[in-house]
Design a protein around this ligand. Sequence first.
Ligand SMILES: [Mn+2]
Length: 323
Amino acid sequence: MSQISSVLQIADLLKENSSFALVSHVSPDADAYGSISALASALRDLKKDVQLLNESGFVSQYKFIPLISEVASEWPQVLPQVLIICDCGDQKRIGDRFFSTKPKFSVEINIDHHQSNKNYADYNLVNSDASSTAELVFEIIEALGVELTTVIATGLLAGLMGDTGSFNFGNTTPRVLEIAAKLVRAGANPSLISGEMFYNDSLARVRLKAEGLSRVEVFLNDRIAIAVVDQALLDKYALTSADLDGLVDQVRRISTVQIAVLIYRDDTRWKVSMRGKLDGADLSKVANEFGGGGHKLAAAFRSTEELELIKSKLIDRLAGELK
Ligand SMILES: [Mn+2]
């Protein structure tokens, strides 16, 4: 049983039940953490029992997002009634380990904004016009009639700022800015969040990104740019792929570039992250063809193929998307 639900239907479902587990995608970003943080806090304000889950557990980079320190990286022994999966276009995005050991909950809800979402849960609130999952969680919290506290507002604003690149990307709609105003009025601090998220790199991270950027290659009249960060480069700085946050957006700064690509080593696979510019390619469609997913202007996939093969296949495919 799988159905498409409205915000009001989801709000009713939340009111009717009393115990919840909230999970978001592995290697969480601000939207993944911020949406479960805010929704957990709102449900607790309604006296519900809530547990926060993520296969990656607590990632200290996001410690400014409330409640994240209590995120557990194991399924609970005693199952709550409802599982809410946030910001996962595909159920497998909860992580390989979480996915292969996932218990069946009585009620499962999917809240997401990825274009590639396949409505995999019992109830699905999926809207690819929303900037972020945080935006959808904001609508739910409003429908629940829960007061916007500083705790709730901070998680939601982190999600909005993360997925809109601090209100820079094409998904920065009037609605996003209206919601952001309400969140700031409720006590969220945009300069603190921006400082934590965008101005908080270690020296090693900046050097790693600089070296990654210095290796950028351009193709097709400089319209496609590809940066590659292999395991040797990560090892040189004793860092991991989680330290490459924002690098692909730096590649996108090149004026002639219509599609920026970052390819990096992620455990045993290559991860390919793509960013487009307004009115450009549909990268969600491209990522889908390579077994991944995402949004029109920001999409990704993983591959176990050889680097050079991935690059040549991708350039061929992206050539067809250029205007
Ligand atoms: Mn998101």
